[in-house]
Design a binder for this molecule. Structure first.
Ligand SMILES: Nc1ncnc2c1ncn2[C@@H]1O[C@H](COP(=O)(O)OP(=O)(O)OP(=O)(O)O)[C@@H](O)[C@H]1O
Ligand SMILES: [Mg+2]
Length: 396
C-alpha cells in the first residue's frame, strides 16, 4: 500500500450531517486530511480554495444535485477526482455518473472497509494518471526544446555555411592573385627573349644594311612583337575576370556551343567530330565562360595536332557524384618525357604557342574540385579525361 496516499485531502459533500461526520472520522482516523461541505455550491467553493485530491459527492442533494456538481468539478478542477454516493437500486444512474467522469461510485448504505478500499484505489489511479500526464507534458516540453535547438542549429549551420562560402570565395580570389604573380614572373621571362631579339635586329638595321636584309630583319621584329602580343593576350584572358559568375551550367550544352564556335577551325583542319554523349548530366553551378574556356583550350590543342584531318572524339557521361568528359584526338600524341610538363605555364612545343592553355585548364578544373588526367591512346593521339563533381560538392 502506498503510504503517500494518506497525505491526501478528501472533500465530502453531503446534505446529511451524520454522513459527513461519519465519513470524516473514518478517513481522518486513517490519516487522510478531510474537508466537509453540506451543499454542492459550498463544495465547489472549497475545491477551488483547497484543491483536494478527491471529492466524495452525494448524488441526491437539494439545490445543485450531485450530477451537476460532478460535471462542474470535472470541468473546472480536473485534478480533483470524484467518487459518487448513490442510493441502492440506482445502478443505471451509477453508469451515467461514470460516463460523466466519476472515478467510482459507492452504494449507500456503505461498508467502511469498502469505502476505504475505493478511496485508496481512486487515489492510486489518480496518482498514476497525473504522473503519466506530467511525464507526457515533460516529453512534450523536451520535444519542443529539441525542435527549438534544431532550429537554432539549422540557423547556425546556415550562418557558418555562408561564412565558409565567403571565405572560400576569398581563397579562390587570393589563389587567382597569387597565380597572377606566378604568371607575371613567367611572362617577364618569356617576353625578355623576344625583346632581346628585337633589340638585336634593331641594332643590325642601324648598323647600315642592304635593303633586302633590312626587310628580313623588320619581318623578324614583327614576328617577335606578334609573339609578345599573343603572350599578353593569353595572359589577360586567363586573369581578366577575377570575379565568379555562378550559373546553372549544362556541360553538354557548353561542349556543343564551344564546338560550334570552333567550326571554321575544325573544317579548316578537316577534322571530324564524334560525340558520344551517354547520359546528359544535370546542370552544375559554375561560371559558364570559364567552363567554355576550359573546353575551348582542350579542343584547340587537339585540333592543332591534326594538320591533315583526323577525328576529335568527345565522350560524356556521369554517375551520381561526377561528370566525366573524355577528349581524344588522332594526332601524334604527347612524348612521354613531356607528359608531366604540359600543364606548366609557358610550356609549349609550338612555334607560336604561349604554353598557357593547359595551365588555365588545370586552374579552372581545380576551382571546381575536379581533376584532369592525360595519356596517349596506344600511340595514336592524346586522351584528356576530365572529371567534375556534381553540384553538392561544388565550391560555391
Ligand atoms: N592534344 C594534344 N596532343 C599532343 N600534344 C598536346 C596536346 N595538347 C597539348 N599538348 C602539348 O602540351 C603543350 C602545352 O599546351 P598548352 O595548351 O598549354 O599550350 P600551347 O597549346 O602550346 O599554347 P597555346 O595554348 O597558347 O596555343 C603543347 O605545346 C603540346 O606540346
Ligand atoms: Mg593550347
Amino acid at each position: 500500500m502506498d503510504n503517500s496516499l494518506e497525505k491526501s485531502t478528501i472533500l465530502i459533500v453531503d446534505d446529511e450531517k451524520i454522513n459527513l461526520d461519519l465519513i470524516s472520522i473514518l478517513l481522518s482516523n486513517r490519516g487522510f486530511g478531510t474537508l466537509i461541505a453540506s451543499s454542492a455550491e459550498e463544495g465547489l467553493a472549497l475545491i477551488e480554495r483547497e484543491k483536494p485530491e478527491l471529492a466524495i459527492i452525494d448524488y441526491m442533494m437539494p439545490g445543485m444535485d450531485g450530477f451537476v456538481a460532478l460535471k462542474e468539478v470535472r470541468r473546472r478542477f480536473p485534478d480533483t477526482y470524484v467518487i459518487m454516493f448513490t442510493g441502492k437500486g440506482s445502478e443505471e444512474i451509477a453508469v451515467e455518473l461514470m460516463k460523466a467522469g466519476a472515478s467510482d461510485y459507492i452504494l449507500k448504505p456503505f461498508v467502511n472497509k469498502d469505502l476505504l478500499d475505493r478511496v485508496r484505489k481512486v487515489l492510486t489511479i489518480r496518482k498514476v494518471e497525473l504522473e503519466n500526464r506530467d511525464l507526457l507534458q515533460e516529453r512534450e516540453n523536451l520535444l519542443r526544446e529539441i525542435a527549438l535547438w534544431n532550429r537554432e542549429l539549422d540557423r547556425r549551420v546556415k550562418e557558418k555555411s555562408e561564412e565558409l562560402k565567403r571565405a572560400q570565395a576569398e581563397i579562390i580570389q587570393s589563389e587567382k592573385l597569387s597565380s597572377l604573380a606566378f604568371f607575371s614572373a613567367g611572362m617577364a621571362h618569356e617576353i625578355r627573349n623576344p625583346l632581346n631579339s628585337i633589340s638585336l635586329f634593331v641594332q643590325l638595321i642601324e648598323s647600315g644594311l642592304e635593303d633586302p636584309e633590312k626587310i628580313e630583319y623588320s619581318e623578324k621584329i614583327f614576328k617577335e612583337i606578334a609573339r609578345i602580343d599573343r603572350i599578353l593576350r593569353n595572359l589577360l584572358d586567363s586573369v581578366k575576370r577575377p570575379r565568379f559568375e555562378l550559373k546553372e551550367v549544362r556541360i553538354d550544352q557548353v561542349i556543343n556551343n564551344t564546338l560550334d564556335f570552333l567550326k571554321s577551325l575544325i573544317e579548316m583542319h578537316k577534322v571530324e567530330v564524334k560525340r558520344d554523349f551517354r547520359r546528359i548530366p544535370p546542370a552544375i553551378q559554375a561560371d559558364p565562360l570559364e567552363v567554355e574556356q576550359l573546353f575551348s583550350n582542350l579542343f584547340v590543342n587537339a585540333i592543332d595536332e591534326m594538320h591533315n584531318g583526323g577525328t576529335l572524339k568527345v565522350f560524356l557521361d556521369h554517375d551520381n557524384k561526377n561528370i566525366q568528359i573524355n577528349i581524344s584526338d588522332t594526332g601524334k600524341g604527347i612524348p612521354l618525357e613531356n607528359l608531366d610538363k604540359i600543364f606548366d605555364p609557358f610550356f609549349t612545343t609550338k612555334k607560336i604557342g604561349t604554353g598557357l592553355g593547359l595551365s588555365v585548364v588545370f586552374r579552372i578544373i581545380k576551382t571546381y574540385n575536379g581533376n584532369i588526367k592525360v595519356s596517349n591512346e596506344h600511340g595514336k593521339g592524346a586522351l584528356f579525361c576530365v572529371s567534375l563533381p556534381l553540384s553538392d560538392s561544388n565550391p560555391l
